[in-house]
Design a protein around this ligand. Structure first.
Ligand code: GDD
Ligand code: MG
Length: 367
């Protein structure tokens, strides 16, 4: 048991894993790391930071690698968020386990304290305090938040016994044995982090957790059914932003009231435009007359011209969707121009700065 830790006497410290390249979100992540993408009006991580703070976390160590310097440029020392933030950067990516071990050097707590570890691309409504309390009361080495999804093969599949003890950790297995998956939020004993080899590429999912289970350490699951989303794909990213704007997940970082849409400063929306489904209209963005925008993210300074239709899509900063163009489930990179009459559907992506001439792309509606 971890008698020496008292949640009343010490603030929980956290490590935030934000070193991934966000490959599945290209081209959005070519210039901006996934955790910094504008989501419901603020950088994605602002939601995670605010939630962690609401559960008593005050010191957070960012484990960075890809475009590391951008994180400090956005969040600084954290004082504006009521947090103390530090940045530990890997020279080359160390994997999730190597990153946790590297970042732990900046923790102040002793070996018997629990440490919160968060994947940097998750929106979760779960009760972090309950997860920590379970971890401490059962004296676990690590306690994983678990959630249920329809397709567990894309995640870490985590079976447990009737006492909540994790019996296996099967990362991205084609043969999942349960729909319960690793939700990407861990409570580690600090001493368990210290057993991860330093300065090496290590995966917690493929090495550390399976190793701990095999050697009989107590790895626990904390399962719940609260809101949960990994925003690692364009469709999920748009969904997450809309869910926050619509209030499906409460976030202390939301920069305005919940509703059909969130219009940021100096944006212009024509009275005849229809905007719904938790859309964000970014700062200085313009939505012209009779345009229809549903469930989308319009970044700063972009323009949706009159009569254009934008559904379940991202329009990057400074991009332009010309009159009569149609986007459904599309991603338009920063500064790109979609000429009039184009129809971009089903995962289409336009790279930053590209100009699609009028009528260049069209999908037949009966395909
Ligand atoms: N610092 C650092 N260094 N961070 C990293 C590195 C690295 O080398 N590699 C990945 N990360 C960070 C990513 O930025 C992300 O926040 C987190 O680790 C997880 O990486 P993803 O690339 O998003 O992994 P995933 O979504 O395929 O799978 C993970 O998350 C699932 C839940 O969403 C796994 O943990 C699965 O088991 C889990 O189910
Ligand atoms: Mg992920």
């Amino acid at each position: 048991m971890t008698d020496s830790y008292s949640p009343e006497s010490a603030h929980l410290e956290a490590i935030l894993l934000v070193g991934g390249q966000g490959t599945r979100l290209r081209p959005l992540t070519l210039s901006t790391p996934k955790p910094l993408l504008p989501t419901a009006g603020v950088p994605f991580l602002a939601h995670q930071l605010a939630r962690a703070r609401s559960f008593g976390v005050r010191h957070i160590v960012f484990a960075t690698s890809y475009r590391a310097s951008m994180f400090a440029e956005v969040f600084g020392d954290g004082s504006a968020f009521g947090l103390t933030l530090e940045y530990m950067t890997e020279d080359s990516p160390l994997g999730t386990g190597g990153a946790i071990r590297n970042a732990a050097q900046a923790l102040a707590c002793g070996p018997d304290a629990p440490v919160l570890v968060l994947n940097g691309d998750i929106l979760s409504g779960h009760d972090i305090s309950e997860q920590v309390d379970l971890h401490v009361s059962r004296g676990a080495a690590v306690t994983l938040h678990l959630t249920e999804v329809d397709d567990p093969s894309r995640f870490g599949c985590v079976p447990t016994d009737e006492d909540g003890r994790v019996t296996a950790f099967l990362e991205k297995t084609p043969h999942p044995v349960t729909n319960r998956i690793n939700a990407g939020c861990y409570v580690f004993q600090r001493s368990a982090i210290d057993t991860i080899p330093a300065g090496q590429v290590v995966s917690v999912e493929r090495e550390t957790f399976p190793g701990m289970i095999a050697s009989g350490e107590l790895v626990l699951g904390y399962a719940d059914r609260s809101y949960w989303l990994d925003v690692g794909t364009p469709a999920a990213f748009v969904q997450g932003s809309c869910d926050l704007v619509m209030g499906r997940l409460a976030s202390p970082a939301l920069p305005g009231p919940c509703g059909e849409y969130l219009a940021l400063e100096d944006s212009k929306v024509s009275p005849s435009a229809k905007i719904s489904g938790g859309t964000v209209v970014g700062a200085r963005a313009v939505v012209e007359s009779d345009a229809s925008v549903r469930g989308s993210v319009l970044d700063a300074g972009c323009v949706v011209e009159s009569g254009a239709t934008v559904v379940d899509s991202v329009v990057g900063a400074g991009a332009r969707v010309s009159s009569g163009a149609v986007l459904r489930n599309a991603v338009i990179g920063d500064g790109a121009v979609v000429g009039s009459g184009n129809e971009l559907l089903a995962g289409a992506r336009v790279w930053p700065g590209v100009r699609l001439p009028a009528g260049a792309v069209r999908f037949s509606s009966d395909v």
